[in-house]
Design a protein around this ligand. Sequence first.
Ligand code: FAD
Length: 533
Amino acid sequence: MSAGEWETTADLVVVGSGVAGLTAALAARRRGLRVVVVTKDAPDAGSTRWAQGGIAVVLGDIAGDSVDTHLTDTLAAGGGLVDAGAAAEILAAGPAAVAGLRAEGAVFDGPAARLARTREGGHSALRVVHAGGDATGAEVERALLVAGDRAGLTVLAGHAASSVLTGPDGTVQGLEVRDADGRAGRLAAPAVLLATGGVGGLYETTTNPDVATADGWALALRAGATLADVEFVQFHPTALFTGRGRPGRAPLVTEALRGEGAVLRDTTGASVTAGVHPLGDLAPRDVVATAITRRIAALGVDHVWLDATGVPDVAARFPTVAASCAAIGVDLARDPVPVRPAAHYSCGGVVTDTHGRTGVPGLWAAGEVARTGLHGANRLASNSLLEGLVVGRRAADDVAWALAGPRRLAEPTETPARPVPVADRAVLRAALTRSAGIGRDAAGLAAASDAVEAASTLRRPVTRAETEDAALTLAAHALLAAAGSRTETRGCHVRTDHPATDDHWQRASSTVALDPDGRLHVGTTDARHGGVA
Ligand SMILES: Cc1cc2nc3c(=O)[nH]c(=O)nc-3n(C[C@H](O)[C@H](O)[C@H](O)COP(=O)(O)OP(=O)(O)OC[C@H]3O[C@@H](n4cnc5c(N)ncnc54)[C@H](O)[C@@H]3O)c2cc1C
């Protein structure tokens, strides 16, 4: 290392401080591992603190509901691509995970002995626990950060992971990070867990915070891991429309509002989902988001309306949404709310098993960055916080188990950082928004790929912004390649040139891997077996 740079050691380095990263880090610390969490911004800068609706979990006290029913709903939403075995394991572990979170200090709405529950799109029962009305994620993040403090967890804020270090045999040896000034540091460790969250930064308008720039996809690909199902980007049907020409983070208008009776109408006053799906406004997200997109296009307008004026005590029950509406002069209790879909959640990601293990020895991934097979072609609402809790915990157990034997760190392969394509993120976002949103076709996807390539130059990223741009560039190509290869419509991947679901793709997950020369390879694997080597 050169002067001014630093090096330290740990058993486990966790990248990211959202629900998945903090849950894993706390569990690993309690198992006696030396854990360092690196997080590129403030510790609560990820998506977790913005989660509104809640956590889907079967606690066993709602008549007629069961883990099997939760699984049935998850399979139905996932469009044939859910790995049923993985999903069953994760959902069954939900009650213990939520109990563990409560033991860390998280407080949910309702009496402690019988928590309040709400319903969201695609759920056949009331099974979503929530906190602070519609501020569930803020409470989860708060509780985990306080618990981390109490447990003496080391959290390096303002440090962005730039590269997973591997030895000559491809085994993980640690992580390279950059601070805000671009100074490098190295954490030597036999285990690295990626918990870097989502990819909303690939699009002009997203519900995700600024840190969601697909870094985990790029870190994993460059370390030799495989991605799967990355064409399945879920667009939330109801992001607040704050005005024309205002890209960036769009506040979410939670689905739980529709669960409590709010209705969607177009600008002529007609229902948006009547005749589209038996569950109407509570149909799975892809169905509602597509219906809204089509209606917006047909009427040539910017948004549809969500009318929540009939929901009792709506502003008290949904204070976060009420505040976002008030900021644009809309009174949630009296006025219809202008909404339109926005990029929200990545259903695919780094291929792992239900313990977060990737195909690269020493590399784990958990939370939104990972693809366990729980979400398939479309995530069921509120299954993601649950997945972060369950798989974060299991990954920590797995790391502890893996490190229990004798181990030795080899010297990381000293490959001088190679220049990589880095595109202008504004051009990239415009291209993906135009061609890889809801409604894609072969010509548009190819044009978007060309546009990203034309906007790229070869560089060695140093600063956080450059590292993010490089990640967005690689992630954009991965997503466009996977979306181009899936010549059918399924879940949240809607191909206007292939509008039908094709049996050829039933159970086939797309995969993307990177070869040492920087070329992406797209393939398929059986969705039921996850594809972890
Ligand atoms: C507005 C909104 C509402 C939502 N509502 C719900 C809901 O009600 N229920 C539900 O289940 N899900 C919901 N979701 C989805 C859910 O919140 C996320 O999927 C989940 O919180 C992701 O957790 P995570 O730990 O994987 O990542 P995040 O919480 O996003 O954390 C990622 C972390 O990684 C860090 N990071 C990223 N790249 C790097 C890098 N290179 N180096 C270092 N650190 C890095 C970030 O700074 C951050 O700390 C919602 C999402 C949004 C955006």
